[in-house]
Design a protein around this ligand. Structure first.
Ligand code: FES
Ligand code: FES
Length: 160
């Protein structure tokens, strides 16, 4: 069965027909053509599909698209503002925190959720914040470093 849902996606109000059975991950990639959200394990283990639901990080492979009705969704495509990369995106590049890049959108969404809740995380809190995101390439040290650096940049930008 299909139903109509209305929700905010990357700052825009959208109204879409969705299959009851389609996951948010597949809906974003196939119906909305937002391929930044990656589909990995499809069982909530890898974090590649992480998005924000009302500001909190969730695995979009475990959510039905229909459940977005009345809520706000942000994907990696909504993180850059007015053509300017978010500090997390800049620091991931500057600190070499990505290699193949498959985990990167999910990592950044989890980091964004963490920094929204805790603007000054310790290294341990950063590691805890991305505990649900697996990376097969980097060894995590550079990712943790990039998130810490982004937190500092965000604080400086907020004060400026
Ligand atoms: S694809 Fe969703 S957690 Fe792996
Ligand atoms: S950069 Fe390749 S999986 Fe993380």
């Amino acid at each position: 069965m299909k139903r109509i849902i209305r929700f905010k996606l990357n700052g825009e109000e959208v109204e879409e027909y969705v299959q009851d059975s389609i996951t948010m991950c597949d809906f974003l990639r196939k119906q909305m053509h937002l391929s930044g959200t990656k589909r990995g394990c499809e069982e909530g283990e890898c974090g590649a599909c992480t998005i924000l639901l009302d500001g909190g990080a969730i695995d979009s492979c475990l959510m039905l698209a229909a459940e977005a009705d009345g809520h706000e969704i942000v994907t990696i495509e909504g993180v850059m503002k007015d053509g300017v990369l978010h500090p997390l995106q800049r620091e991931f590049m500057d600190k070499w925190a990505l290699q193949c890049g498959f985990c990167t959108p999910g990592m950044i969404m989890s980091a964004l959720s963490l920094l929204n809740e805790n603007p000054h995380p310790t290294e341990l809190e950063i590691r805890d914040g991305i505990a649900g995101n697996l990376c097969r390439c980097t060894g995590y040290a550079k990712i943790v470093e990039a998130i810490g650096a982004a937190a500092e940049v965000m604080e400086r930008e907020a004060r400026a």
